[in-house]
Ligand binder design. Structure first.
Ligand code: UFG
Length: 341
């Protein structure tokens, strides 16, 4: 059984490929154009799993190139569509780039899914679709507010496109997974996030500061109405996210009564403040981090964390890792990355 993974060289895509190769008998076809990743990722996956993967260097906004993958692999039974641009601030600066890339690639994948009658799709969505929130934790029934960025709009519209498309195709099913804050790395320390430019996200910023690539971490705001004044997020281990994709696809493949299109939160349900995340890092790495409390960052919400009951009920998914393990694996990966350079 072949599974197509778009964005296969990316952060979540690569961990999901590892999870698939280690726990199923599915064959992986990976697609990426390395706009925010590198072909080297596949060597790391091969080292961890001892298995070869087939992959294509393709820009999914090109329909004829996209179709080539489906034409050459007629026995694909599922697609996991990760490929997308994902930086919130960059999307504010370059909205057309984000709308063009994220929406055209999705539409091309769906056109091919219909034409080649691929029964199952998993779509990467994000908790950013909720916009600013009044009530926590967030359930899937929480009404969607106006997204805060073009990136978040592409995910909100993306879910709607998938929904409208699945409705009119009787043989096709989909699950949209709303990720909270995926962090951490594979336990081997051999695969993790590789920020190409200066990182925007907290955990790579922490590990790069600790290793000396960056001088100092700024905590964005210490005057929020939270327990310690810093923002609260739902950090979830990337390997737990990867496992959820395998469980989701298994459900679609094996459960004839599974709904046509489900939308499911992927978070731990635990809110962690920026200072708590820093302290977890300091504990597992046994060193003090150079940080200071600075001004708030534009566009940040004070607090967001998931209600994950639906993922438990529908997918049988329970996250295994806590914040210490997330930090420990991210730190191991940063140290290994640094050794190689
Ligand atoms: N933070 C700092 N200093 C930094 C970087 C981050 O204090 O140098 C803080 C942020 O202010 C925030 C928290 O750490 O409070 C987490 O920030 P991230 O940038 O790691 O993550 P976000 O919650 O902002 O963004 C994530 C994903 C997006 C997604 C968004 C949804 O990266 O893709 O959640 O809200 F859209």
């Amino acid at each position: 059984m072949k599974i197509l993974i778009t964005g296969g060289a990316g952060y979540i895509g690569s961990h999901t490929i590892i999870e698939i190769l280690e726990n199923t008998n599915w064959e992986v076809i990976a697609v990426d154009n390395y706009s925010n990743s590198s072909e080297k990722t596949y060597r790391r996956i091969e080292k961890i799993t001892g298995k070869k993967i087939n992959y294509y260097n393709i820009d999914l906004t090109n329909l004829s190139l996209t179709e080539k993958v489906f034409y050459e692999n007629k026995d694909i039974i599922g697609i996991i569509h990760f490929a997308a641009f994902k930086s919130v601030p960059e999307s504010v600066e370059k909205p057309l780039l984000y709308y063009h890339n994220n929406l055209n690639s999705l539409i091309n994948i769906l056109k091919c899914q219909a034409k080649y009658n691929i029964p199952n799709l998993i779509f990467s969505s994000s908790c950013s679709v909720y916009g600013n929130l009044d009530e926590l934790p967030v359930t899937e029934n929480t009404p969607l507010n106006t997204p805060e960025s073009p990136y978040a709009y592409t995910k909100q519209i993306g879910e709607k496109i998938v929904d409208d498309f699945i409705k009119i195709n009787p043989t096709l099913k989909a699950i949209s997974l709303r990720y909270f804050n995926p962090v951490g790395a594979h336990k081997s320390g051999l695969n993790g996030e590789v920020p190409i430019a200066r990182p925007n996200n907290l955990v790579p910023y922490i590990t790069q500061t600790a290793i000396g690539k960056l001088e100092q971490l700024t905590v964005f705001g210490g005057d929020y109405a939270t327990n310690d004044g810093t923002c609260i997020r739902d950090y979830v281990h990337v390997c737990d996210i990867a496992a959820a994709h395998v469980q989701a696809l298994q459900k679609l493949i094996s459960d004839k009564n599974f709904p046509k299109h489900s939308i499911i939160n992927l978070g731990t349900g635990v809110g962690v403040s920026v200072l708590e995340a820093i302290h977890a890092f300091e504990k597992v790495s046994n060193q003090k981090l150079n940080y200071f409390i600075g001004n708030r960052r534009d566009g940040d919400v004070a607090a967001i964390y998931a209600n994950n009951d639906l993922a438990k009920k529908m997918l049988g998914w329970t996250p295994k890792y806590d914040i210490d393990e997330m930090m420990n694996s991210a730190w191991l990966w940063e140290q290994n990355l640094n050794k190689k350079q």
